[in-house]
Design a protein around this ligand. Sequence first.
Ligand code: FAD
Length: 372
Amino acid sequence: MSYSIVDLEKAVRDFGETVVAPNIVGWERTHKAPREIFQEAAEYGFLGLETPIEMGGSGVSFSDKVKFARQLSHYSMATAFAIINSQNIASRLALSSTLRHREELAPELRDGKLVGCTALTEPHAGSDFAAITTTAKKEPGGWRISGEKAWITNAGNADIILLYAQTDPTKGWRGIASFLVDARKSGFSRGERYDLIGGHVIGAGGFVLDNYFAPNEDLIAMPGDAFKSAMSSINGARTYVAAMCAGMLNDAHKKAVTYGKERQSFGVPILQHQGMKWSLVDVAGKIEILDLLTQKASLQIDNGQDAVLSAAIAKKVAGEETLPGLNACIQAMGANGLKEENGLGHHLACAKIAAYTDGSTEMMNERIAASF
Ligand SMILES: Cc1cc2nc3c(=O)[nH]c(=O)nc-3n(C[C@H](O)[C@H](O)[C@H](O)COP(=O)(O)OP(=O)(O)OC[C@H]3O[C@@H](n4cnc5c(N)ncnc54)[C@H](O)[C@@H]3O)c2cc1C
């Protein structure tokens, strides 16, 4: 399935209206991360977005993937994030030099039969990624991996995991390699999914590897290369997370403006009161800033340029501005802003999630300051 951006917008709207909007409140109430969303997303081609057309995907640009992320986040950032995380593994394996990855696993990930995720974080190492203690020991024919991962998107559903492990603790980040882990094999056990303040469809949880055997062909990036490759792909993730924040703000702003035009107080629509107008003008400014920042980072990534700084700035601004912006929109809707059905509570939880995933706001400050 190949897309023009107009078709993609239409497909996201259709998926959002028919799959996400009618179900998101139920998923939150039951703390559910339904596996079916991957099959539904596959029918729209969302799990093959970045896979080249000649390999069965849509071959969209990074900028178009960011637009997809922004638009789907009008309905649910957590859903968009879960789908994109699996999509990322599908598109990566489509280009693998290993036949099984390319011809068996990648198509099943694109079809939504398998679910993918990326696992860096551990119970004792989040921001300080180089401090991970999951170990991979070389043995004939492959690697033995043991350790625990935590706070992994799609952990409850994932079959195919891009996992980072330390091969030599004396080498710090240079000892970290990445592996493809198949959750259906022995040595893998899944933990309970986490109960969160919201955004359950993201399926966050953890798992344990106990003497899991990864054959040589499942070594994805060599020690030293893996850390660098994680840091480089994280620029893309920071960019689309910032765009997701713009999407959530955009949805909340539209709802608040509609409410303010219809609801009267003191004989006029609420939106005519200067205090309310100015507050929502500030939100419009935040959306515009986030859109400009994410467009800049996206174009740099499309063009193969260094996006470290612009992605970190976009994510820092998103981390700081989204919650106050959502709060202003909820405030503008009075008590009605609190109703579950409006989706603004879901956005609030997701905005908080966005302030951690792919590096916290504080780590963005560290990243930006490193360029001074
Ligand atoms: C819903 C959800 C989904 C996630 N999905 C994934 C996933 O798919 N894969 C994955 O690998 N990880 C995932 N993560 C983990 C995420 O990347 C981490 O939460 C993030 O890196 C922060 O790590 P931490 O939560 O352990 O916080 P910690 O590292 O414990 O930090 C705690 C606080 O201290 C601050 N802090 C730490 N160091 C500094 C410093 N030097 N200066 C100033 N402040 C500092 C942090 O910013 C944070 O506010 C997910 C997290 C969430 C919430």
